[in-house]
Write a protein that binds this ligand. Structure first.
Ligand code: APR
Length: 230
């Protein structure tokens, strides 16, 4: 089976009702990154950061996968698919994708805000984490997300996956945030590359551009990719 890698971003889940970051009216129009998504924000006001991610978790738990997530899951019948996502929601998994790597963490997990946090994750079933809720070692629980200024532990693994791609599909990301955006540089030159986005996104090499939303764009591309195997 050919290796198909999907690199997804916030636009992937937009049609499930989850807001993107940099579109007009997006999350970074409503909040300042430095207030809610950095280690310094946590130091200064962990309650505000906790509230911000509680809202993200609440929305995520209320959302359902869209047709785009489902098309990607269906492609596993035809291709060896790995999803590398910048999204912290679990909509790819809930649609049925079995190989999903989260570059920026997962909102349905929390971890200790103390030392060794990367090694201890806890499933968070309720949407709300309260201040004062602690890990067994006595540290406040924080969301299992990668904040601006933090290392991206999954980056190397993602690069190794993209290096093996026969096809790369980039969907719903403005490719503004590094190091994630730099992953497209790892794709082999012989790979077929597609980008699905209703807006113009600058890409560093030749991509077939599908100027559509994730749902319709992925439906069309998926039909093309399945037909190509005949
Ligand atoms: N279908 C596909 N793409 C869409 C849709 C849609 N329905 N709606 C919007 N988009 C596109 C936008 O045109 C834009 O190019 O999705 C992209 C969203 O870009 P961003 O908001 O910048 O999101 P993303 O690229 O995922 O951000 C990367 O930034 O703040 C951080 O950690 C956060 O993982 C996130 C990272």
């Amino acid at each position: 089976m050919k290796k198909l890698v999907i690199l997804s971003g916030a636009g992937m889940s937009a049609e499930s009702g989850l807001g993107t970051f940099r579109d007009q009216g997006g999350l970074w129009d409503q909040y300042k990154i430095e207030d809610v998504a950095t280690p310094e924000a946590w130091e200064k006001d962990p309650g505000r950061v906790t509230d911000f991610y509680n809202m993200r978790r609440k929305e995520c738990y209320a959302a359902t996968p869209n047709q785009g997530h489902e098309e990607i899951a269906k492609l596993e019948k035809y291709y060896d698919v790995t999803v590398v996502t910048q999204n912290i929601d679990d909509l790819h998994e809930r649609a049925g994708s079995t190989d999903v790597l989260h570059l920026h963490g997962e909102i349905n997990k929390v971890k200790s805000a103390g030392p060794n946090a990367e090694k201890k994750y806890y499933q968070q079933n309720a949407w709300e984490v309260k201040m004062g809720e602690k890990c067994p070692e006595g540290y406040q629980l924080r969301p299992h997300v990668v904040w601006f200024g933090e290392a991206v532990p999954m980056l190397e693994k993602a690069a190794r996956i993209i290096e093996k791609a026969d096809l790369l599909v980039v969907v719903g990301t403005s490719l503004n945030v590094y190091p994630a955006a730099g992953l497209v540089d790892y794709v082999p030159s012989k790979a077929d590359c597609y980008i699905i986005d209703p807006s113009e996104v600058t890409v560093p090499r030749k991509f077939d551009v599908i100027r559509e939303k994730a749902t319709t764009g992925l439906k069309k591309l998926s039909e093309t990719l399945i037909r190509a195997l005949d």
